[in-house]
Design a protein around this ligand. Structure first.
Ligand SMILES: Cc1ncc(COP(=O)(O)O)c(C=O)c1O
Length: 350
């Protein structure tokens, strides 16, 4: 705290990202990165951008990447907005599209950045409890609001909401923007992008950090009606006109052009997820059904806190949230088969 801080900064409660430890040889299963790495074509594309053109600013609109993403998802380029990771896209969404005067709704157990953006932009947030089985109930989103946001699959639960239920939320909220944060959609869910032409109040947000294994490149995007995209561009151009550098634009484009790598990577995560789930169940864990690249599990006897500490002593890092309703759970990112074996062996010794 300093006398130079603005009153707003004094009041902020910032997001705490998962730890990025500096120690070697860790089994790092705490931040939902993809263990299989980016396509070699991404590396090639980035390397070929390492030249004198770096003296020039990148394309502020990311036209070429937007065309690629639009083509991939069968929408028009003017329906695509790019940002420096989906976190930045989400920040602009909160600023550009959520109304003041009524609360923005999101689940009580969800991505912990949402309340942070509310604090940053002085927006009222209201949490809507998940059911006892940690599911989103669309009926609960039929109440006055200034906008709605939820991840699908949800984080940190991993639970997926079918498109018919997403539609029920959209239909009950024609006057408000409904944001579906699809950071983990490629690990077995069906994207709501196919609904954007039908629902002008729908905005879908995705990232290249997870299924495309590019968390270090920082690329995310939103897809929706051009009027919603215009609003996001107005905020972007009032904040930073060049959110994606030349390397990020080239690498991201190459990632979309290597479908075979993408499919192999997603399938690898999905099959390991099934294996880890079975092994955890065999070790007396309750594992929530997951369509993400992580599982959310609690042991029938041992506490989440004690298990995460004991795993850490073995060099295995998982995420534990000391929060109401979920303090007994561990969120475990799906790693390589070798990492997952280490986790299972580590838990067996406990
Ligand atoms: C639900 C959800 N949304 C968005 C993000 C942000 O992803 P990124 O900023 O890497 O695109 C994450 C990251 O873990 C997430 O879990």
């Amino acid at each position: 705290m300093s006398k130079f801080w603005s009153p707003l900064v004094k009041s902020l409660v910032p997001y705490v990202p998962g730890e990025q430890p500096k120690m070697a040889n860790l089994v790092k299963l705490n931040t939902n990165e993809n263990p299989f790495g980016p396509s070699p074509k991404v590396i090639e594309a980035i390397q070929s951008e390492l030249n004198d053109s770096l003296r020039l600013y990148p394309d502020p609109e990311g036209e070429s990447l937007r065309q690629t993403i639009a083509g991939y998802h069968n929408v028009k380029p003017e329906q695509v907005f790019l940002g420096n990771g989906s976190d930045e896209v989400l920040a602009h969404i909160f600023y550009a599209l959520f109304q003041h005067g009524q609360p923005v709704l999101f689940p009580d157990v969800t991505y912990s950045f949402y309340p942070v953006y509310c604090g940053l932009y002085n927006i009222e947030g209201k949490t809507v409890p998940l059911t006892d089985s940690f599911e989103i109930n669309p009926e609960d989103y039929k109440q006055p609001n200034g906008g709605i946001i939820f991840p699908n699959p949800n984080a940190p639960t991993g639970r997926y909401l079918g498109l018919e239920h997403v539609e029920a939320i959209l239909q009950a909220n024609f006057e408000r923007v409904v944001v579906v944060d699809e950071a983990y959609i490629d690990f077995g869910g069906e994207s709501s992008i196919k609904l954007v032409d039908q629902y002008p109040n729908l905005l879908v947000c995705q990232t290249l950090s997870k299924a495309r294994s590019l968390a270090g490149l920082r690329v995310g995007f939103a897809i929706g009606h051009p009027d919603l995209i215009d609003a996001l561009n107005r905020v972007k151009d009032s904040f930073n006109s060049y959110p994606l550098d030349r390397l990020a634009q080239a690498g991201a484009k190459a990632a979309y052009e290597d479908e075979a790598w993408f499919q192999k990577s997603c399938n690898g995560v999905i099959s390991e997820r099934e294996r880890v789930t079975e092994a955890l169940e065999g070790l007396s864990f309750e594992v929530l059904p997951s369509k993400a690249n992580f599982v959310f599990a609690r042991h029938k006897e041992k506490s989440g806190d004690s298990l995460s500490k004991a795993l850490r002593e073995q060099g295995i890092i998982v995420r534990h949230f000391n929060k109401p309703r979920i303090s007994e759970f561990l969120r475990i990112t799906i790693g390589t088969p070798v990492q997952n074996d280490a986790l299972i062996t580590g838990l067996k010794t406990l």
